[in-house]
Design a protein around this ligand. Sequence first.
Ligand code: ZN
Length: 354
Amino acid sequence: MTELSLTLDERHTADFEMIGNGGFAPLTGFQGSADWERVCAEMRTADGEYWPIPITLATELECEVGDTVELSSDEGKPLGRLEVKEIWERDARSEAERVYGTTDEEHPGVAAIYAEGSRCIAGPIEVDALPDHEDAFMRRYKTPAEHKADFEARGWKKIVAFQTRNPIHRAHEYLTKAALETCDGLFIHPLIGKTKAGDIPADVRMRCYEVLMENYYPNDRVVLGVKPAKMHYAGPREAVLHAIVRRNYGATHFIVGRDHAGAGDYYGTYDAQKIFETIDIDELGIEPLMFEHTFWCNECEGLASNKTCPHDQDAHLFLSGTKVREMLGNGERPPHEFSRDEVADILIDAYKED
Ligand SMILES: [Zn+2]
């Protein structure tokens, strides 16, 4: 018998890791056609549990049902194996339409599933090892079970999780702290997997989070972790996935901002908040906390949102993403009402290295 083996690409390696470390519970492997159909149609697995985005393994590997395929990471590390239960074709266009709400190949998540192809193999995985990461991430790396144990040891009952794929500037620092005011602990959980071109690299962002942990967050009430998953940019459906993952890591509450997990203007500003109105929160097992866009207001002399600030927009400090990138690229710190100097300096250095 010849041994079948498959080297996963970076995105499938991330999926393997999230299934393998328990972050994607209740998933125990790559999904087959029955799961795929119900996930696309109803945001549920074939067994009826909430699951918003299909996690499938597209490959042209020649194999048969009943085969065992040895899997290794994109960097060649042996990870474990998949027992082939089904070989099937997915309709990528239908998945794009139903899950991403668009069939536009310019959408980064849609482009990724189109590029993967449609022939999939499905089945449970057996995990020998998890993929390796840079030291900067491993220092903060814990599995969902380890984080749960840590939260328990700290005596936290009400834990709010914050998903991010950007550096944290003052506006997000403010909303995480506003959430912490009514919770026992804050779990900052940046995504370190594959993002799209133009996003700030994860190691640079990690330095930004570390400097905030050192200087501006109370370390006995804030935990910084890393989430080794990829982005789908699926907007509302991905907000639900992000919530499920944080539930698996032990959080009880989850921050959903405006334009959560979106790309371009494929989704409405509040779509990622509205989708939770269609979901049974008790069954989901984690409660979303909805936040407005936050900003510095010169009249309030503090951070605020349209919910809390009565002043005109003229009083609000607004800097576009393009403007901020331009300033940092020129070695210029944005005003500290916008960004902590320590964070600005890390980003300025990163732009210089570019
Ligand atoms: Zn104001």
